[in-house]
Design a protein around this ligand. Structure first.
Ligand SMILES: NC(=O)c1ccc[n+]([C@@H]2O[C@H](COP(=O)([O-])OP(=O)(O)OC[C@H]3O[C@@H](n4cnc5c(N)ncnc54)[C@H](OP(=O)(O)O)[C@@H]3O)[C@@H](O)[C@H]2O)c1
Length: 235
């Protein structure tokens, strides 16, 4: 696979936070983007100004927790499947362990782990047919050593450890297909995810997006694969 300067990159969670910041950065670099999330209006709000500046940014409403929706997303791509994937979509739950239900466990795990795993499988199938590709997942410092340790993350923290593990495992599977799989593990960011739980501090997502772009770009990150880049931005 030749890494042309203009790639087709799928960004999940592209309607807000780190996914949106990454979309703005990659669009400025000239890449064609497909932004995915559940809320079409949020995706449109990110895409419209970028398209207004001449970028090729499309949006697809898709629930990553729903494997049939992921199948439908890839069916709509036809032959124009992405050669880059940024997996930023995730759900946060902060709730005391003893009050957390199995339904809530499934809801978070279905998006953060099961859906992501299935999305990566679709990406592998299509990227391998194209001759290769690059995947950047989004873990968390709380997916490394519990650096963001706080009570109430009995589902979220294990889900992010799973992302770190998936990154390492898929790097090995990707070698024979010329697919690199890396992850960023950000600290505390000022995004909707935290605001929903009354947490308003942290770094701007724009300060973390360059790490995603770096790992996605072979000219920058070269042979790096299976690596989770810690972005210690807690400050
Ligand atoms: N904020 C932090 O402090 C922090 C720290 C470490 C790691 N992270 C990670 O950074 C990534 C981005 O989070 P963020 O901070 O940017 O928060 P965010 O603004 O809430 O972004 C999360 C995105 O995921 C999408 N999403 C959620 N469930 C989805 C589903 N079922 N299907 C499709 N899309 C879905 C949301 O869009 P819809 O609601 O429209 O679906 C939203 O755009 C996440 O993986 C998160 O775990 C965040």
């Amino acid at each position: 696979m030749s890494q042309s300067s203009k790639r087709h990159i799928l960004i999940t969670g592209g309607g807000s936070g780190l996914g949106a910041a990454t979309a703005r950065l990659l669009a400025a670099q000239g890449h064609r983007l497909t932004l995915v999330g559940r809320r079409a209006d949020a995706l449109e709000q990110v895409a419209a100004p970028l398209c207004g500046m001449g970028a090729d940014v499309r949006v697809q409403a898709c629930d990553i927790g729903d494997t049939a929706a992921i199948d439908a997303l890839y069916a709509r791509f036809g032959t124009e499947t992405p050669d880059g994937l940024v997996g930023s979509a995730a759900l946060l739950l902060i709730k005391p362990f003893m009050q957390t239900t199995l339904e809530e466990y499934d809801q978070v795990m279905d998006v953060n782990v099961r859906g992501l795993w299935y999305l990566c499988q679709q990406a592998f199938r299509t990227m391998s047919a194209r001759g290769g590709g690059d995947i950047v997942l989004v873990s968390s410092l709380s997916g490394i050593r519990g650096l963001q340790i706080a009570p109430g993350k009995s589902v979220y923290t294990p889900s992010k450890h799973a992302v770190t593990g998936l990154t390492e495992a898929l790097a090995f599977d990707g070698r024979e297909f010329n697919i690199r799989v890396n992850a960023v593990a950000p600290g505390y960011m000022k995004t909707e995810m935290n605001a929903r739980f009354g947490l308003y501090g942290g770094a701007q997502a724009e300060e973390v997006a360059p790490s995603v772009a770096y790992l996605l770009d072979r000219a920058q990150s070269g042979a790096t694969t299976g690596t989770t880049l810690e972005v210690f931005c807690n400050g």
